[in-house]
Write a protein that binds this ligand. Structure first.
Ligand SMILES: [Zn+2]
Length: 213
């Protein structure tokens, strides 16, 4: 195991494993090396298990992490690149330089107008009112709704299938009525989307897209 030790002015000790499976040991400046070794020994099994999981996921979705493939609205596309053109299905994108990742990200953000439109449509048919929609870039959240009913949607949602997008929209719209995850809140979601638990699982299976771009 290759572990990077990072000493800093922090007060506590933590072990972090990033999305590539790199291991970091974070500790205070004067933390003794023998104590580091002791903790690492104690946590050996947990570290190995966690790294294995991360690496397994990484291998499974490798073409997406390498931007050789892209998911858009739940469908997977091979990315074909020639000179400064990228082909995604029937769409051809022109890009400058050689930053394919940036070009794809820009394209996805442009497509994510679908998210705001869908939110507006669902609000209309199910009688919700909200103040605004903003498309954001986040690593952990698909969406949020604040006390003023401003809804924020992560552009990465555009990679998920339409039922997953609808679920996140409905989830946030129900927050305009219930600012918590109470029973009433979940009833609100369930009334509109009786199979919401299946959709939640589907979203979980695709949560690796939060790490892309
Ligand atoms: Zn929520």
């Amino acid at each position: 195991m290759n572990i990077t030790i990072k000493r800093s002015r922090r007060k506590s000790v933590a072990i972090k494993i990033d999305e590539k499976g790199n291991i970091y040991f974070l500790c205070p400046n004067k933390f003794a090396t023998k104590n580091i070794n002791k903790i690492l020994e104690e946590k050996k099994e947990w570290i190995q298990k966690t790294v294995n999981k991360v690496v397994e996921k990484r291998n499974k979705f490798e073409p997406y992490y390498n931007y050789n493939k892209i998911i858009f609205l739940g469908d997977s596309y091979e990315i074909k690149q020639t000179k400064n053109l990228i082909k995604i299905g029937d769409t051809t994108l022109k890009f400058r330089g050689n930053n394919i990742k940036n070009a794809l990200k820009k394209w996805l953000i442009k497509q994510s107008v679908y998210l705001s439109e869908r939110l507006e449509y669902l609000a209309k048919i199910y009688n919700f009112s909200y103040k605004s929609t903003t498309i954001i870039s986040a690593r952990k959240k698909w969406g949020s709704c604040d006390n003023y009913k401003n809804i924020r949607l992560n552009f990465r949602l555009i990679m998920l299938s339409k039922d997953c997008i609808d679920y996140v929209c409905i989830h946030e719209l129900c927050h305009t009525q219930y600012m918590n995850h109470s029973k009433n809140f979940w009833n609100c979601v369930k009334n509109i989307m009786p199979n919401y638990k299946d959709i939640q699982n589907k979203i979980k299976e695709n949560s690796f897209v939060l790490e892309l771009f």
